[in-house]
Design a protein around this ligand. Structure first.
Ligand code: FES
Length: 579
């Protein structure tokens, strides 16, 4: 008997056996109710029960194909001798959920954890894709710690406008600016609206969705190659059935998230984030996911790995191509093989092999999409961490998405007290703004907004757009869409609503940015700041009850991953009693 065979679980050791195995009244009820569903004893007896957590919703455009994919996953589960059950969970539609899908990330994480724990589930498939679904499902699965595979929904097809390729988000911001500058008419704007989202699937730029699905694969939580397959490609169906087959074996092998994830896995996640020029949002999600596994990721780890890792994915917003091109160029396994020397190749994955083994035969097919190491988009600098008296606990900037001339800049602040204030005044002809101004948005943080929406890419005032200005220094405690670009300083911590220094900035204060020195400084004396702090008043609570109140009482700051305090790793939660 091989070592692997010796380790395999026996049917009576399955979690689900506690529900359906014993000869008692409660198990009788469970078995009779399975029969009510039309299943016979041989459908489930001695088989791992695989819970397919499906984030499908009519209002989640990125995951419209998930009903069909769930059936294809089930096909794989049946083939491998498992018993699949599909369970709907919250969808987290980035487009339609307000105030932001981020407000509900921890909600889905809690739901995923509890759904797995309270049901007779031996293994879980986590079906996500739209931005926050990936970290939320993985956070929940880490805390539940039953064998789990993340199944990504895949990017949508490339957009097209009269022969011009369009990328999600990135080209929305670009052409919105052109419209503001008076360079696009109503008809052209409608044509772009028609052509920018041409199929199901998540945003096909290297926005947060593609970044997070790539990271999920790099930390070992998806099958190799899963993240890059376009949603409507037949390979996506084949990946679904493969995932269904694999999870059954994982249950017998008892390969749980705690066995897969390590500091090395998260090292690989961060390096991948840097090499793909990933979304700044990934920092928050990586810290939160690692936190569930009891692993601390200091912000400086991101900065250090960012300096060492060349950006080689030539994908928008940092580069030229889109995810469909990335897949055809070899996809993530090929990119990972190219950056192999920066990875920890021995980190475990859900395949039961190491990441090094998974990627060893992957080849780059197009050097113009996955760039050679000696011809990167940027030698370093996918994401840098800034500190200074304006952000004692850190702030984030993506230099590859910024105009180089602004990476060292000093200018006077124009302060907006909140998003509506910004919206109402940004295009006011009387706003005292020049291209040297530094736009500051307050109250966009985890607590203040609430939910830290993607407001950090403040629009350029129309009067400057008309002068040809397309980038300015912008500072906020909010996030920005991974599809955006610009000199946007984000995640300023502590946030405005906690009285962080960003709350004390006033119009005309001089702000100094020096990205090379990682410095973000407010040129106001300590004595003056102390005086302003004395007169600062915290905002009134936004919620008197419900989830919002729970959120505001428990949310942590960006540098801590914005998880709820009570969900951080701790002593494992006991299995439920079955009476
Ligand atoms: Fe779902 Fe962009 S809207 S990933």
């Amino acid at each position: 008997m091989s070592t692997d065979a010796k380790k395999r679980k026996q049917p009576h050791e399955l979690r689900s056996y506690r529900w359906v195995g014993p000869d008692d009244l409660r198990s009788f009820t469970h078995r009779s109710r399975l029969k009510q569903l039309g299943f016979a004893q041989q459908d489930w007896e001695g088989k791992p029960v695989i819970g397919i957590l499906n984030t499908w919703s009519d209002l989640n455009t990125c995951q419209v194909h998930f009903r069909q994919r769930a059936e294809e996953i089930k096909r794989g589960v049946w083939q491998a001798g498992g018993f699949p059950v599909e369970i709907p969970v919250t969808s987290l539609s980035e487009t339609f959920m307000k105030p932001s899908a981020m407000f509900y990330r921890n909600f889905l994480a809690m739901e995923a954890e509890e759904v797995i724990r309270c049901h007779p589930i031996d293994g879980a498939i986590l079906m996500g894709g739209c931005d926050k679904t990936t970290p939320a499902l993985i956070m929940g699965a880490i805390s539940a710690n039953v064998p789990a595979i993340y199944f990504p929904g895949g990017p949508m097809l490339k957009g097209n406008w009269c022969g011009t390729t369009l990328g999600s988000g990135t080209d929305v911001w670009k052409y919105w600016a052109e419209r503001g500058a008076g360079n696009l008419d109503e008809c052209q704007w409608r044509q772009i609206e028609d052509g920018i989202a041409r199929s199901t699937g998540h945003c096909m730029t290297m926005g947060t969705a593609s970044t997070m699905t790539s990271i999920a694969e790099a930390i070992g939580m998806s099958l190799s190659g899963a993240a890059s397959i376009p949603a409507v490609h037949s390979a996506h169906t084949r990946m679904a059935t493969s995932t269904g087959r694999r999870i059954v074996d994982m249950v017998w092998e008892d390969l749980k998230p705690a066995d897969v994830l390590s500091l090395d896995s998260f090292h690989n996640g961060i390096v991948t984030d840097m090499a793909i020029g990933g979304s700044t949002n990934a920092i928050i999600h990586l810290i939160a996911m690692a936190g569930r596994a009891g692993i601390k990721l200091p912000l400086e780890m991101f900065d250090k790995l960012s300096q060492q890792t060349p950006v080689i994915a030539n994908i928008r917003p940092s580069g030229e191509f889109l995810m469909e091109d990335f897949y055809d160029a070899g996809g993530l396994p090929a990119l990972l093989n190219r950056i192999r020397k920066f990875l920890k190749p021995d980190a475990m994955t859900v395949t039961g092999k190491t990441i090094g083994q998974n990627i060893e035969s992957a080849k780059v097919i197009s050097d113009s999409v996955i760039l050679p190491l000696d011809k990167p988009l940027s030698q370093a600098g996918a994401t840098f961490i800034l500190r200074g008296n304006l952000a004692p606990n850190g702030a984030v900037i993506k230099p590859t998405a910024a105009e180089k001339r602004l990476l060292k800049h000093t200018g006077p602040a124009i302060v907006f007290a909140n998003f509506m204030d910004m919206k109402n005044r940004i295009d006011d002809e009387n706003l005292n703004v020049t291209s040297d101004s530094v736009l500051v948005l307050q109250n966009g943080g985890p607590l203040g907004a609430p939910g830290m929406p993607e407001w950090g890419m403040l629009p350029i005032p129309k009067k400057l757009l008309k002068q040809g200005i397309r980038d300015m220094v912008r500072i906020s405690d909010a996030r920005m869409s991974g599809t955006s670009y610009g000199t946007c300083i984000l995640h300023v911590s502590p946030e405005t609503a906690l009285g962080g220094p960003i709350a004390l900035i006033r119009d005309g204060d001089i702000i100094e940015l020096d990205v090379a020195a990682r410095r973000l400084h407010l040129q106001v004396s300590d004595a003056e700041l102390a005086k302003r702090r004395e007169s600062w008043k915290p905002p009134a609570p936004k919620f008197e009850r419900g989830y919002g109140q729970l959120f505001c009482g428990e949310i942590t700051q960006a540098d801590q991953g914005c998880d709820f305090k009570f969900l951080h790793a701790g002593k494992a939660t006991a299995e439920p009693d079955i009476y």
